[in-house]
Design a protein around this ligand. Structure first.
Ligand code: PLP
Length: 368
């Protein structure tokens, strides 16, 4: 479905009423996650007859959506999550953005949507970050969260891939994802719900996966847990991932275990980066199926020393306690472990341009 695209030029229509610097400074004093948005958005449209067209950087504003718009009925929607950082030496950097561009195209393919050329994805993100560079907060643990997404915008109730789409990028200055900061999280293992099955959409970053996870997340909340962890759909036995984060186990021989990408798990960029960083440090990483049974036994015997969840939004979050229908158990002393902390510091050091970037993951944004 890749549309042949000539170089697309973004039309710039700057916001006539941008937020004042003093208002912004005030808003930055208490940053939550995903509640405050920058002045602009990037938009590119696609139609079956024109391909990608009407690229623009414009004031952030609602889209008029027809009640029969396809996305409202059949959920043809995908998204990405990435961050722009302001470094201590005042550069603006992104982290492996080409990986997000590539995954976005893969998600589009799975959802029978047109694949946005990777250069166009990059161009939209870069132009938005450049115009809203003053929206990148500087505080510890804060960044400008970028949300590229695409949805079926055709007015049509028949069931088939839509013939019109809107691609958009919005930006939100954010603080730490979990209110408790570095405190270890409590997970709920749902034995009622699953997130994704073989042949399904688990490996695509689509809104529908999140819609399907919300009732399980609500179940987790009602059990006093921060996040839900899903087991595989076929056997309800193998640990897969959280609603929006991948999972790692730190064994007492110092090795890491993480479930293999089996088509039902989202291939996280944080996951891939942590695997590489661990291997750089001489740590063995085993991508292998890990059962809930094994997890309980290893936590009880002490064979399991630490566990953590990871993703762009929360980066790395230690897992302290695991609750399930049959009871609960602690991992280690119930707090964020030492290797978890080291991997988080190593990764955030690179992301913020403070540590040596030997893999060339940091993407400096010129002119911001
Ligand atoms: C986005 C996401 C992740 C994490 O991916 P990153 O690229 O590390 O941000 C993990 N699981 C799910 C289900 C996700 O949607």
């Amino acid at each position: 479905m890749q549309a042949a695209t000539a170089q697309v030029k973004f039309e710039h229509r700057p916001n006539a009423n941008p937020m004042s610097e003093s208002q912004k400074a005030k808003a930055f004093e208490d940053l939550g996650f995903g509640t405050l948005f920058s002045d602009h958005m990037a938009v590119v449209r696609w139609s079956a007859d024109k391909g990608w067209h009407s690229a623009e950087i414009t004031a952030r504003a609602p889209f008029p959506v027809d009640p029969a718009s396809a996305v409202l009925h059949y959920a043809q929607e995908i998204f990405e999550g990435m961050k722009a950082y302001r470094t201590a030496d005042d550069r603006v950097v992104l982290f492996r953005p080409e990986q997000n561009a590539r995954r976005f195209a893969a998600s589009a393919e799975r959802m029978a949507m047109p694949q946005l050329p990777e250069e166009l994805f990059m161009q939209a993100v870069e132009e938005l970050v450049r115009i809203d560079a003053s929206w990148i907060p500087k505080g510890e643990g804060s960044s400008l969260y970028l949300r590229p997404f695409m949805f079926a915008a055709e007015t049509f109730l028949g069931v088939r891939p839509a013939k019109e789409y809107i691609f958009c990028v919005v930006a939100s200055p954010v603080g730490p994802y979990f209110k408790g900061g570095a405190k270890a999280v409590t997970l709920w293992v749902t034995e009622t719900y699953t997130r994704a099955a073989k042949g399904g959409t688990g490996a695509a970053k689509c809104g529908g996966n999140y819609a399907a996870s919300l009732v399980a997340q609500a179940e987790a909340s009602s059990q006093g847990c921060d996040q839900v962890v899903f087991l595989d759909a076929a056997e309800h036995r193998w640990v897969e991932e959280l609603g929006g984060m991948n999972i790692f186990f730190v064994m007492n021989d110092g090795s890491l275990v993480t479930p293999p990408l089996n088509g039902a798990i989202l291939p996280g960029i944080t996951r891939a980066s942590l695997i590489a960083l661990a291997r750089d440090n001489g740590i063995a990483v085993n991508e292998r199926p890990y059962s809930f049974e094994e997890w309980q036994a290893d936590a009880a015997s002490g064979k399991l020393r630490e566990a953590f969840a990871c993703g762009t939004a929360a980066v790395v979050a230690g897992i302290g306690t695991v609750r399930h229908a049959g009871g609960e158990f602690k991992i280690g002393n119930g707090e964020t472990g030492l290797l978890t902390e080291k991997l988080r510091n190593d990764l955030t050091g690179i992301q913020r341009g403070e540590a040596v970037d030997k893999h060339g993951w940091v993407y400096p944004l010129a002119g911001a």
